[in-house]
Design a protein around this ligand. Structure first.
Ligand SMILES: Cc1cc2nc3c(=O)[nH]c(=O)nc-3n(C[C@H](O)[C@H](O)[C@H](O)COP(=O)(O)OP(=O)(O)OC[C@H]3O[C@@H](n4cnc5c(N)ncnc54)[C@H](O)[C@@H]3O)c2cc1C
Length: 746
């Protein structure tokens, strides 16, 4: 049986051939903008092979093959005036169901047969076939290599979706720290512009404005990054990289760094990164206008969000001074302060938050004794910030463990032998494998030995309990002028830590979270050597002490001092007390009106290991059952997702999350457009405008994709990845191809 129609739903018996004709809009390419063309997609169900016939009016158009990073599904290409392959990897249908329900929908008809929606291209793909897919016969052997879009074709006019969007924002990103800014910029730069995205409007909302969030806001120069500029520059700002920015804006970093060069090995003062993030927002705002989108920064605190009251309704985001309606909400709330729970925390010489350090240096008298709760990165910031501004009084850093962060050796990128993300996806995700902690330890051990190029005594890495001075002398010596293999491996886990954690047995997750988290943070989050040397000098001079075993704090009215007690029975007095213990990992403990309201209205639920619960594959926030009508359109990323992804506080990690959310958003917007009743009519109208005759000169039929190289002219050739096309073409099932051709189904 052969059926054909315009973007309609078809059900055909297994093994039959169905064809769906229509426009296949893809990403935008300015050079292809003027071409309107029609397409035939032939779906051979028994083979799960799609063929396309592309009949352009004047040129060859290549459809973009798209494979998500996890390689789980793929599509092919078309060439001119002949059938060419567009193959969907079989297990795409079954595998992506859980991962990306909107990419490939599988429903069941009355007889229980699955009905699948095949999406063939990234973003705004408009052609789809609802069709019977015998999932049992799916052949997962064929896998295409990852490919990026090779060429693009926009929708030529304003989409119907825009009409219903005009009065609202499409997207609200709540939180304008590093994560929210990165996401906004990725959406603006990377979202395929087409019919469904032409008037996307974004509201980036931050209570304090987009000035750098918790880590990068304006502050003292001694707040150094613990990653080098090169690590940030790699992909974070897209086309607006930090090194290019620095080259063009020396006045923005020289006051912090001096007149020297700023290169990939520089550990930047974090306020410089904040300044870059502010400019990145400006860049994204202008870029949005260029791409037909809108990005607005709103400085206001969001206090509540109301879920849609119907499946296609909007979220209402309430701020202190108003409200906006949006279809998609991204929570990038970052590091939420802990709520105060103790009486001493209300004292005016107590600082519940160390940042900005300039507040401490302004308000704390220079000769006063200061207690710092915490001995990790923020505590180091407090000590160096105070002393850098002339503090002469004693500073005591105290915590339960009393361990200072490790010292950073030379930073290099480590390429895993076995644990690169793509490899892990195959081993863990596709196999639905479970890991034990010993497996992870063994795998990392093997990688560390590989990085070192020799057998390593892993026990020796965990340095014995040395007193702080000896510990830092040893650490600094080990870090001087060389990379530390275990460190490069641990830092490289930015690329896979979420997968390792997700596949860990529940019991082992409990053990890791309760017994090893502190060790992980101590070793994973190290400090640059130059800051360690300053700390060592202060330890030696006696101005700084570092102690573990603290059990309690209180304010002693009799002496007018804060007091800390220790497990050996000793006590310590100080005049000022600064909490440098990090943010609230449990959202129930956060001092956030928004989080309180979201928890109480059930839009978010806490994750057992901290943060909000969300779907691992998509970041879709999990709500209490029945709270959201229809498919939830609220997502989370950044530190708020620490329970689901384990370690989320690195720019490289939040950048990856932003890329994934952007890619998913492209699908969501494309799907929305497909659901609109106007879509069919629009496509019909476009079809009637299509040229009646094909004036393209005929090309030899047997030259495969090389035909493209001959047919594509000028600049367009640069848009096409011919190597990819050849690889894709190798996958053609020529029998099915010819069979389809023989039926004349186009
Ligand atoms: C001290 C410190 C040092 C770090 N150093 C490094 C480093 O060297 N290298 C590295 O890779 N990573 C580093 N990180 C980790 C990383 O870059 C951060 O985790 C990053 O700050 C995450 O950004 P974010 O936007 O998710 O969170 P945040 O920076 O916390 O930003 C969240 C934003 O959301 C806003 N917000 C929250 N609630 C609301 C609301 N209800 N309404 C409106 N706005 C709201 C806040 O005002 C804030 O601006 C560091 C982190 C910290 C804390």
């Amino acid at each position: 049986m052969v059926a054909s129609s315009w973007l309609t739903t078809q059900t055909v018996p297994s093994g039959a051939i169905a064809s769906v004709r229509g426009f296949l809009p893809t990403d935008v390419s300015a050079s292809l903008r003027s071409f309107a063309a029609s397409i035939t997609v032939t779906v051979s169900l028994s083979e799960l092979t799609l063929h396309t016939r592309w009949r352009p009016s004047s040129t060859t158009i290549v459809l973009a093959p798209f494979v998500p990073a996890d390689g789980s599904w793929s599509a092919g290409m078309s060439s001119r005036d002949r059938l060419v392959p567009l193959r969907v990897i079989a297990n795409a249908v079954s595998n992506t169901r859980a991962a990306r329900p909107w990419c490939t929908r599988v429903r069941h008809d009355a007889s229980g047969m699955p009905l699948g929606t095949m999406r063939t291209l990234q973003g705004n793909t408009a052609a789809r076939a609802y069709t019977r897919i015998p999932l049992a016969s799916v052949d997962p052997r064929t896998r295409l290599p990852p490919a990026s879009p090779v060429a693009t074709l926009p929708f030529p006019e304003t989409p119907p979706l825009c009409r219903i969007m005009e009065r609202h924002y499409t997207i609200a990103i709540i939180g304008g720290g590093a994560t929210g800014v990165c996401l906004a910029n990725k959406i603006v730069e990377a979202l395929p512009v087409g019919l469904s995205t032409a008037t996307v409007s974004l509201a980036l909302i931050d209570a304090r404005g987009c000035i750098g969030g918790a880590a990068y806001a304006p502050d003292v120069a001694s707040n150094l990054m613990n990653t080098t500029c090169g690590a940030v520059d790699r992909a974070f700002g897209g086309e607006f990289g930090i090194l290019d920015w620095a080259r063009d804006n020396p006045a923005k970093w020289q006051p912090y760094v001096g007149e020297g060069q700023l290169d990939t090995t520089t550990y930047l003062p974090r306020p410089v990164v904040g300044s870059y993030l502010s400019d990145l927002v400006q860049h994204a705002t202008h870029k949005a206008a260029e791409r037909g989108m809108r990005l607005e920064v709103i400085t206001d605190e969001v206090v509540d969000i109301t879920p849609p009251d119907a499946a296609d309704g909007n979220y209402v985001v309430r701020t202190k001074s108003g409200k906006v309606e949006v279809r998609y909400v991204y929570l990038a709330l970052g590091h939420l302060d802990r709520a105060k729970t103790e009486a001493y925390q209300d004292h005016d010489r107590y600082y519940h938050q160390p940042y900005p350090i300039t507040r401490l240096t302004r308000e704390i008298p220079k000769e006063s004794s200061v207690g710092v709760i915490g001995t990790r990165l923020s505590a180091i910031d407090v000590v160096l910030g105070l002393v850098g501004q002339g503090h002469t009084g004693k500073i005591h850093c105290v915590s339960r463990g009393g361990r200072l962060p490790a010292v950073r050796g030379d930073q290099g990128r480590y390429e895993f032998m076995h644990l690169e993300r793509d490899e892990l996806v195959k081993k863990l995700v596709h196999a639905k494998a479970k890991l034990r902690l010993v497996d992870v330890a063994a795998m990392l051990g093997t990688e560390i030995e590989h990085a070192a190029g020799r057998p390593v005594d892993l026990g020796a890495i965990m340095s014995e309990d040395l007193p702080p001075v000896e510990y830092y002398e040893r650490e600094i010596a080990l870090a001087k002028g060389k990379a530390r293999p275990w460190q490069t491996v641990l830092y490289a886990t930015n690329r896979n830590i979420d997968l390792l954690w997700h596949h860990l047995e529940e019991e082992d997750k409990q053990i890791l979270a309760s017994q090893w988290l502190n060790d992980w943070l101590t070793y994973r989050a190290s400090i640059p050597r130059e800051n360690a040397e300053r700390i060592l000098a202060l330890l030696r001079s006696g101005q700084l002490t570092v102690r573990g075993g603290v059990t309690r704090f209180w304010f002693d009215a009799a002496t007018g001092n804060f007091r800390a007690s220790f497990d050996d029975g000793s006590r310590l007095d100080c005049q000022h007390l600064v909490a440098a213990t990090g943010s609230a990992s449990r959202i129930e403990d956060a001092d956030s009106p928004l989080m309180r309201n979201l928890l109480s209205n059930g839009l978010v639920v806490p994750h057992r290991f901290g943060g909000v619960d969300c779907v691992f594959e998509t970041g879709q926030v999990v709500s209490r059952p029945g709270v959201v009508a229809g498919e939830p359109r609220m997502f989370a990323l950044g530190p708020l997702t620490s329970g689901v992804y384990f370690f989320t506080t690195a720019l490289e990690i939040v950048e990856r999350q932003a890329v994934q959310r952007t890619r998913d958003l492209a699908f969501l917007l494309g799907d929305e457009w497909l659901e609109l009743p106007e879509t069919d009519a629009w496509v019909d109208a476009k079809q009637s405008e299509a040229p009646a005759t094909d004036s393209t000169p005929t090309m030899p039929p047997d030259r495969g994709p090389d035909l493209l190289a001959h047919a594509v002219r000028g600049e367009q050739a640069q848009l096409i990845d011919f190597e990819q096309l050849r690889l894709l073409n190798d996958q053609i099932d020529r029998d099915a191809f010819e069979a389809a051709d023989a039926t004349g189904s186009n």
